[in-house]
Design a binder for this molecule. Structure first.
Ligand code: FMN
Ligand code: SF4
Ligand code: SF4
Length: 439
């Protein structure tokens, strides 16, 4: 890691965001003077006077009282950045203290405003950009939407950031220094890839932790600091994902522009589920970085395990995982587009229909001649779908089961499945290694 990287991590660890109080107007005014000092604003004397009036303590206080919103970036109790918005969909100013420039604070302030803008249903976020700030706004995803003009001696160009996922060309660079990666895995494929990505991110200096995607993990989400991104890792199931994963996503708190990426494993066709998922996460205030699907070995209904084909898929997925991390850090990964059909499959996955259908096709019954009543299956079932009969043998509640195949894959004696359609047991790793934690 370079000295600059270390400095950045030290600063950003204590970055906090808050709304400006009226008592802070003067400090904000001083910050703007500091931030604007080095800039050639390209203004005439008339423009300079207008600018000074605009950023005076009295004018800031007046606008705050009139309903303009000022959001502050704070490091160790000092204001280091400010963004002002009108009506939640127009940025009227953005400044970062010189000593804290190029640390991604400006972009984060923009993304926080953008997340609020999207959540309130606005179609775009607009701003007027001075010539020398154009590069910054284009990097954070804004596009020009009008001609350059001059008002009161100040020249600027109108820019907009589209709130629609379809039109957006998101800058996908991962800025946060920490990542909390929440994982759901049925038979271990997703855990394998999540662990690979965790390792690759750590090797690039990120502070990463893996968590099992369950109710306890939901608590972690409410206590994150502002310099932390979220990763969601889960398998594709029925062109969507499991109800347990959707429940976790529903329980996530508002993101305030927090960065988020997804990695998902599948057998070959994900159905574009990142589209509806992206819409939900955007509305929840998250900044979508990238979504990546990895083709992995099939984990159900295999008559025999195709060892060579699986090894080939695994090798490719691991190399794709490393490339994904490099792309995300370089700002080259994206969320991707999705077919309209994805809305339908997403809707369907919120009902029991696909899960009941899948269970009818692949019921899970206990072979009592093999079962040792060890309880592993019921302990690891993420849906709490396994009861015991009066003799202590497991009984799957078909109306609760999500067909994730975890119990089938990890039964130590292959006692679960459908005796009428025997299938080879699949798991990506041993039961002992199937621990969703990075410790
Ligand atoms: C119930 C179920 C539904 C599945 N649906 C799909 C699907 O729609 N598209 C697909 O490409 N793979 C599908 N798969 C395959 C899994 O996505 C794939 O094997 C994944 O890597 C499993 O990850 P895991 O081992 O972490 O559970 C499905 C698997 C199961 C068990
Ligand atoms: S894991 Fe297998 S052996 Fe253990 S209780 Fe379940 S079915 Fe029986
Ligand atoms: S019963 Fe088995 S397949 Fe069904 S949700 Fe539980 S672990 Fe998954």
């Amino acid at each position: 890691m370079t000295t600059a990287d270390t400095r950045k991590i030290t600063f950003l660890k204590s970055l906090k965001f808050s709304d400006m109080k009226l008592s802070q107007c003067e400090e904000v005014h001083n910050l703007i003077l500091d931030a604007a000092e080095s800039k050639n604003m390209g203004v005439t004397p008339e423009g300079r006077q207008a600018f000074e009036r605009y950023i005076s303590t009295a004018a800031i206080e007046n606008r705050a009282r009139m309903g303009c919103k000022f959001e502050l970036a704070m490091i160790d109790g000092q204001i280091v950045g400010v963004i002002e918005t009108r009506k939640a969909d127009c940025i009227s100013m953005l400044y970062v203290r010189l000593a804290y420039a190029r640390l991604g604070i400006g972009s984060r302030l923009v993304y926080r405003v953008a997340s609020g803008c999207a959540a309130r249903g606005f179609k775009k976020l607009t701003t007027y950009v001075a010539d020398e700030e154009i590069g910054f706004y284009e990097r954070v995803g804004f596009t020009q939407c009008g001609d350059r003009g001059e008002t009161l001696g100040i020249s600027s160009t109108p820019y907009k950031l589209s709130m629609s996922q379809r039109d957006r060309k998101p800058p996908s660079k991962l800025l946060s220094t920490s990542v909390e990666l929440f994982v759901f895995s049925g038979t271990g494929n997703t855990l394998l890839i999540a662990s690979e990505i965790c390792g690759a991110l750590k090797s690039k200096g990120k502070d990463v932790r893996l968590h099992d995607m369950n109710a306890k993990a939901g608590e972690i989400l409410t206590k994150l600091d502002d310099d932390t991104a979220i990763g969601l890792a889960f398998p594709v199931a029925c062109f969507s994902t499991y109800p347990s994963v959707w429940r976790f996503i529903e329980s996530m708190p508002f993101g305030y522009g927090r960065e988020i990426f997804i990695l998902s494993t599948c057998g070959g066709f994900a159905g574009g589920m990142q589209g509806p998922l992206g819409e939900i996460l955007s509305k929840k205030g998250y900044r979508l970085l990238s979504a990546k699907f990895f083709v992995m070995p099939g984990n159900y209904g295999n008559k025999t395990i195709p060892a060579e084909k699986n090894a080939h898929r695994l090798e490719k997925a691991i190399s794709d995982a490393r490339a994904f991390v490099s792309d995300m850090l370089a700002g080259k990964a994206s969320w991707g587009s999705h077919p309209r059909l994805a809305r339908f499959t997403h809707w369907l996955a919120q009902t029991r229909a696909p899960w009941n259908f899948f269970y009818r096709m692949f019921p899970i019954l206990t072979d009592k001649t093999k079962c040792t009543r060890c309880s592993i299956c019921s302990d690891i079932c993420p849906a709490h779908a396994i009861d015991k009969d009066e003799d202590g043998y497991p009984v799957v509640k078909s109306h609760v089961c999500e067909s994730c195949q975890r119990c089938v894959g990890f039964c130590p004696v292959s006692a679960l499945g459908n005796p009428k359609k025997p299938a080879a047991q699949y798991r990506a790793m041993s039961y002992e290694k199937f621990k969703i934690t990075d410790e």
